[in-house]
Write a protein that binds this ligand. Structure first.
Ligand code: ADP
Ligand code: MG
Length: 376
């Protein structure tokens, strides 16, 4: 029978060069709190790697160990092949940018970016050319003489990033970098940060609890829970092929069905649930009679007023809620078992396309590759 999913450790390093290598790292606080539990990971040169998970799952602890602010209880960290596990933070070619990015309020943008360079006793000419380059990169040249309070939140964020990049770190660590910004500003700033990061080509580890932020910014994501990695993959892999009920549920919206495998063939399986019978157009690693979860995302469901043909992949219900989002509408349908299923329709015409209203009886149907069968 199904056992708990194995924590994912990442071993495949592809053809790309590994910049940061984390090996079996564990952090136990005060002898009892296991914040990070035996995590291994390769971060490739030039990539933006996302650490995604709910509050308290150990994201910041893992990042702080990479930065050198926290000593691991067990395990090793290598940067470009060199063991940096016991190297103090200030000796690591790593910079960390926090959520409260704390620009110096009495210094201009120019001086804020120059601050760390001056401390490093760089020559005046070198500082000048470096600051100018950073201003240009972050499109802040015309704000060079402003103080932080004379800038918008997004502009302040870019100053903080320019300051973090001024010393040309090999690795940039971002802990919830956009937490202080409102939704609209976050979205534009996300793209601006990615553009800047990609232009300088710095390798980046980004911590966030916001799955959309991880999806838009990161090239790969590790979904974290209780100190370990549940899954590592590209954003579309995590979204379309989550490896467990909890990852499917954490990333995006999902309808979860519980059922039993009644047909188990190499090229298809049938899963019987209370509400409907799923015909899945591929084989699974499971066996006949096995209890499985079937995850179905709302956007994969089509709504109609007429009954679909055949016995598979549809379900009927009554419209109990309609939530209009502008670009799409989510319909909540209550099935005969009393549970509510969400179906999402794109509003690609200006009249609501499927023409359903509260109290209507309707059918939901989906393709045989729309769902994900989960054994964990
Ligand atoms: P996240 O960043 O994902 O919210 P953290 O890494 O901050 O999570 O925390 C992970 C766990 O470790 C939590 O249970 C938290 O309470 C605990 N923790 C974090 N920092 C410390 C600390 N300095 N001392 C003791 N416990 C800590
Ligand atoms: Mg944190």
């Amino acid at each position: 029978m199904a056992t708990a999913p194995k924590p994912q450790t990442e071993t495949k390093s592809a053809e790309k060069e590994v910049l940061l290598r984390v090996e079996g790292i564990t952090k136990i606080y005060d002898g009892t709190v296991k914040a990070v539990d035996d995590i291994s990971l390769n971060v490739m040169k030039g990539e933006i790697f996302g650490l995604l998970g709910g509050s308290g799952c150990g994201k910041s602890t893992l990042l702080r160990m990479m930065a050198g602010f926290e000593r691991p209880t067990k395990g090793k960290i290598y940067l470009a092949g060199q063991d940096i596990t016991n190297l103090p933070a200030y000796q690591r070619p790593i910079n960390m940018m926090f959520q409260s990015y704390a620009l110096f309020p009495h210094l201009t943008v120019w001086e804020n970016i120059a601050f760390g360079l001056k401390r490093d006793h760089m020559s005046k000419d070198q500082i000048e050319s470096r600051v100018e380059a950073m201003l240009k990169l972050a499109q802040l040249t015309k704000y060079a003489q402003r103080k932080p309070h004379q800038l918008s939140g997004g502009q302040q964020q870019r100053v903080a990033l320019a300051r973090s990049l001024a010393k040309s770190p090999q690795l940039l660590l971002l802990d919830e970098p956009l937490g202080a910004l409102d939704k609209k500003l976050r979205e534009t700033t996300q793209l601006e940060l990615v553009n800047i990061i990609e232009e300088v080509g710095v390798t980046c580890v980004l911590v966030t609890h916001d799955q959309e932020e991880a999806m838009t910014m990161a090239s790969r994501i590790a979904v974290m829970s209780e100190g370990y990695f549940q899954q590592i993959g590209a954003p579309d892999e995590i979204y379309e092929t989550p490896n467990s009920r909890s990852v499917a549920d954490f990333i995006g919206n999902v309808n979860m069905f519980e059922g039993v495998v009644t047909v188990d063939e190499p090229d298809h399986v049938v899963v019987k649930c209370d509400e409907c019978t799923h015909y899945v157009g591929h084989g699974i690693t499971g066996n006949l009679g096995m209890a499985v979860g079937v995850a179905l995302r709302p956007e994969k469901i089509t709504l109609t007023k007429t009954k679909p043909k055949g016995e598979y992949n549809w379900c009927e219900g009554e419209v109990v809620e309609i939530v209009y989002f502008g670009d799409h509408t989510t319909y909540h349908l209550k099935t005969k078992t009393g549970r509510v299923i969400k179906a999402q329709e794109i509003n690609n015409t200006r009249d609501l396309s499927c023409g359903l209203t509260w109290g209507d009886h309707a059918y939901m149907h989906w393709g045989d590759l729309a769902m994900i069968v989960l054994t964990h």
